[in-house]
Design a protein around this ligand. Structure first.
Ligand code: ADP
Length: 256
């Protein structure tokens, strides 16, 4: 479980980016973090990942303060898929995915049988096995995004943070990636947290939604509670309507 309690943070002393944010992300569930550009979503992920330190408040992972965990111990429990990660070196896809095992392989050791299996499994799950021996510098944006997801899966951490994991993916991979995240939560009891911009994907695949606006929690709850025509009007300035879907659910659709 990831627990954020009364966290405030600014990159500079005089600018507060996150204001008194509290949230709880539970194992066995997929949580979506939504909100307009500049709301502080990535900043919140940087704090959870221990890359920044809150000015106030606490963040714990399975009860331990994030900042108290040594990097390798943290990496065994928390995997992060960044929004963008530049790679200028000619590593192969398999090399990059295997880097997810870094926290599991003792220094000066080669990957063991389980490391190799975890790497191959993560590549299969994300559909990148077919180009495992290709250099990553020659991949499309969507292929690279799937490699980063594979690297995080390979880490076999109980908690995953994914910053816009489907932004470069075609529809098929958007759905298969989010299905995979849901399966990880359901079958492996993983705690999955995704920043998503496509609100209908968040509504469909997330169990819980946290809506940030101007650095504060505007609303949190089930997708039905948070993603409403009223919220879209207030927060995004977009008129929308709730349309019935086959099966009894509704989808909030912008009036284009
Ligand atoms: P979101 O992910 O919701 O789009 P971000 O967390 O990326 O929002 O950014 C929130 C605010 O913090 C923005 O105003 C952004 O300009 C600012 N910001 C983000 N990263 C930095 C940084 N490294 N230094 C200073 N300001 C930053």
């Amino acid at each position: 479980m990831i627990e954020i309690q009364h966290v405030s943070f600014g990159y500079a002393e005089d600018v507060t980016i996150l204001k008194d944010v509290s949230a709880r992300f539970l194992p066995g569930r997929v949580a979506g973090v939504i909100g307009p550009n500049g709301s502080g979503k990535t900043t919140l992920f940087r704090l959870i990942a221990g890359l920044e330190t809150p000015d106030a408040g606490t963040i714990t992972l399975n009860g331990a303060p994030i900042r108290s965990l040594p990097p390798k111990a943290l990496a065994r429990q928390l995997a992060v898929v960044p929004q963008s990660a530049h790679m200028d070196f000619d590593f192969t896809v398999r090399d990059i995915v295997m880097m997810g095992r870094h926290a599991h392989i003792p220094r000066f050791h080669h990957p063991g049988t389980h490391d190799v299996e975890a790497c191959e499994h993560a590549m299969r799950e994300t559909g990148v096995s077919a180009f495992a021996d290709k250099f990553v510098t020659g991949l499309s944006g969507g292929e690279w995004q799937r490699v980063l997801i594979a690297r995080a899966l390979c880490q076999e951490a109980g908690a995953l943070l994914l910053d816009e994991p489907v932004s470069n993916l075609d529809l098929q991979y958007q759905l298969s990636t989010l299905r995979l995240m849901r399966a990880l939560a359901r079958e492996k009891n993983a705690c999955v947290v995704c920043i998503l911009h496509t609100l209908n994907l968040a509504a469909h695949y997330c169990d819980d939604v946290l809506l940030l606006w101007h650095g504060a929690v505007y609303k949190s709850g089930t997708p039905e509670e948070v993603i409403t025509p009223a919220t879209l009007r207030e927060v995004y300035g977009v008129e929308a309507t709730a349309c019935p879907l086959p099966g009894g659910k509704t989808e909030v659709v912008p009036l284009y």
